[in-house]
Design a protein around this ligand. Sequence first.
Ligand code: PLP
Length: 412
Amino acid sequence: MLKFDVAAARQQFPALALQDEGKSRIYLDNPAGTQVPQMVIDAMVDVLKSKNANLGGYFQTTRDAVTVVDNAHQAMADFYNAADPQEIIFGQNMTSLTLHFSRCLSKQFKAGDEIILSRMDHDANVGPWLQMAADVGMVVKWLDFDPDTYEFAEDALEKVLGNKTKLLAMGMASNCTGTVNDTAAFAKQAKAAGALVYLDAVQMAPHYSIDVQALHADFVVSSAYKWFGPHQGILWARKTLLQETFAYKVRAVADSDFGHKFETGTQSHEGMAGCAAAVDYLAHFGEGATRAEKLRSAWANLSAYEHGIALQLIEGLKKFKGLTIRGITSANAMHRRVPTVSFTVEGVQPDKIARHLAGDNIFVWSGHNYALEPINRMGLMDKGGVTRVGLAHYNTSDEVDALHSSLHKFLT
Ligand SMILES: Cc1ncc(COP(=O)(O)O)c(C=O)c1O
């Protein structure tokens, strides 16, 4: 296996070299959005400079734009290990894609049908489905997690799944607790009961490989700005399913256009080029005959590094009196989480901690971070939520030490 060289990776990100008033920026805000390597910036600039046109014409720029769009669909098919680039749908972001699909899917549901939503999810995979349920008159059931272990019990789905269940929507990894869910097992169960499965991979995709062939799901969606690309959402769904699913669209787009019928209007071609470049950036950390294989090997490599710095972060946080980590902490369970670590400190508002860290140029988020259900479930909504520290593969052990030192100044 290739050895991951964090210094070499960092050199590719112009933003990581920036300083403010002589202080280096320490980006621990990654679950809200990552920084971008030069090759992604270059790919986007190239489209805007020399390939800027709409699709379907006869002249040079329009032909180049078609290549950009086709390459981006192929890159995302490799990213998700999809069988066909026509199964890839680009959109503005995960939220917009989910609002769009919830609206399209609502056409096949009726009053009294049931959907299952997760108490661990970001509101982007809850709010759209709640609105769909209200519009159609569907019944909402909740997949609940254990607020002591931050995981779903194995039988959590059994308790709510029934013959009226039409859809299970759940996250692969939480933007709040950091838990990685066994979504393949839950999806298999839901499929066996005849339900559709919609998986939010937004927080999983920056840390582990996604393989739609192994997930048993119908829809998988993520956002490239969380994995070193531009602001762009990308959804995968099986071709046959896309064919059958109703699309809200303009008349000029044919029903037979699979994924394309869901890509409303003119897309961000520069965003697509950036996505493809981000996929290539990730693939260059891996080995294999194809880009899809390289991606899988790259993630094994990157995850191993991330587990090390995540454990360092957690062990350091554990030393603070009154601090509770709101997620999995066992040293041997780093593979059951992403390196997104939320915590609370008795008697200290989370936003005060985030503000203090900003003073040392350490970037973290505080509050509910749109994870309304998990924050409510943990009883933290009226306490200001959590402080959330989120690592990516470009973070270093020294940066984790700097966070601990800065917290030490403030909390002791
Ligand atoms: C788990 C999860 N799902 C969905 C979203 C929404 O993504 P987007 O900003 O692309 O709409 C986020 C954003 O933070 C998230 O963390």
